[in-house]
Design a protein around this ligand. Structure first.
Ligand code: FO1
Length: 338
């Protein structure tokens, strides 16, 4: 099968980062199974277009955290507490790497242990790395991996090319210090102030991603970090123009609830980069590409402020603390643009 040409027509495309998007997609699958999504009967009519700006190479392995988080979540295999990696994981390979720390020469990056790869998770990175080395595209490999996990939702990377999210730290870390996204997020525990974010690499929107965004009846921007999860996808040539041209059928779900991010550093990052950590700040970022913003009930008092920016504001419980809440949020979100 050519993974660049999905067989089932895409009814719904979901522009996705990691954990928040994965939970939304699980809710959407559930909503479709419960018959709550008009005109959509099977989960294979959904395509997730996934951020790969967080991808990294460690131990020589090609690691795509957001693709894996979406796949494992939809397979029901994610560790529910961490939100990443596999449930019932063991860490013997990571522990065994400790043996080499004492002999690692100064300056060598071999045997890093700050990024935790579980024993079972490693199999996914082995497979991805080997298939890419055989010449397969990331689109093909992502499709093979989701089929191996029997996930019906189509999962496509935003690009087959490498585009790396680079975080510039404020000057207290030294002038102009830049780190990779995973360095910032995991090694530095996203606890350091950020000066700016840029995306490095000449990457194009993957054909399967373009097809999904062009042909879907509705496009959802998942509740993911607008800067470092949705930002890399939007930076690809033509994406904002494409979404802007079909803005009436694009809905965004705010990842900010009551002025705070539910997970990760989105709230702090928005402020550090000169935006507002509120649904109004999110609306300013998404108004050019989406006609509707879904906000949580705690933000109901900000409906007028959002609507003054030219977006319709839908209020719904948006904290996906149970599968039922995720299902209802997904159904309500799709309903708002159909
Ligand atoms: N997140 C962490 O906070 N610590 C880790 O050691 C870590 C390892 C890891 C391994 C594989 C994987 O797919 C994800 C992993 N993550 C880890 C999560 C990842 O850094 C983030 O989910 C995203 O990149 C942000 O969306």
């Amino acid at each position: 099968m050519n993974a660049d040409r999905p067989i089932a027509p895409t009814r719904i495309a979901v522009v996705s980062g990691g954990v928040g998007a994965a939970r939304f997609l699980a809710g959407l699958t559930d909503a479709i199974e419960h018959g709550l999504v008009d005109g959509c009967r099977e989960a294979d009519e959904v395509t997730a277009v996934v951020n790969t700006g967080d991808d990294c190479t460690l131990h020589g392995l090609s690691i795509s955290p957001d693709l894996d988080t979406v796949t494992y979540t939809l397979a029901g295999a994610i560790d529910p507490d961490r939100g990443w990696g596999l449930v019932d994981e063991s860490w013997r390979a990571m522990e065994s790497l400790g043996r080499y720390e004492s002999v690692r020469p100064e300056g060598s990056l071999a045997a890093p242990r700050w990024f935790n790869l579980g024993d079972r998770d490693l199999a996914t990175h082995f497979f991805r790395t080997a298939r890419l080395a055989e010449g397969a595209s990331l689109t093909e490999v992502a499709d093979e991996i989701r089929r191996a996990w029997e996930v019906p939702v189509r999962i496509v990377p935003m690009s087959n090319d490498r585009l790396s999210t680079i975080v510039r730290l404020t000057d207290e870390h030294g002038p102009g210090v830049e780190v990779s996204f995973q360095d910032y997020f995991v090694r530095l525990r996203h606890s350091v102030p950020v000066e700016s974010v840029r995306f490095d690499g000449a990457a194009e929107l993957a054909p399967a991603a373009r097809q999904a965004l062009e042909t879907a009846d509705a496009v959802v921007i998942a509740p993911s970090n607008p800067i470092v999860s949705i930002g890399p996808i939007r930076t690809l040539a033509g994406v904002d123009e494409l979404l802007g041209s079909r803005r009436d059928s694009v809905v965004a779900v705010s990842p900010i609830v009551g002025g705070a991010a539910l997970k990760g550093p989105a709230d702090r990052m928005l402020i550090e980069l000169g935006h507002e950590a509120s649904v109004v700040g999110v609306a300013r970022l998404y108004a050019p590409i989406a006609s509707v913003l879904v906000v949580d009930t705690v933000d109901a008092h900000l409906v007028d402020a959002v609507e003054s920016l030219g977006m319709r504001c839908v209020v719904a419980p948006s904290v996906m603390s149970t599968p039922e809440r995720a299902r209802l949020l997904a159904a309500r979100t799709i309903d708002s643009v159909r």
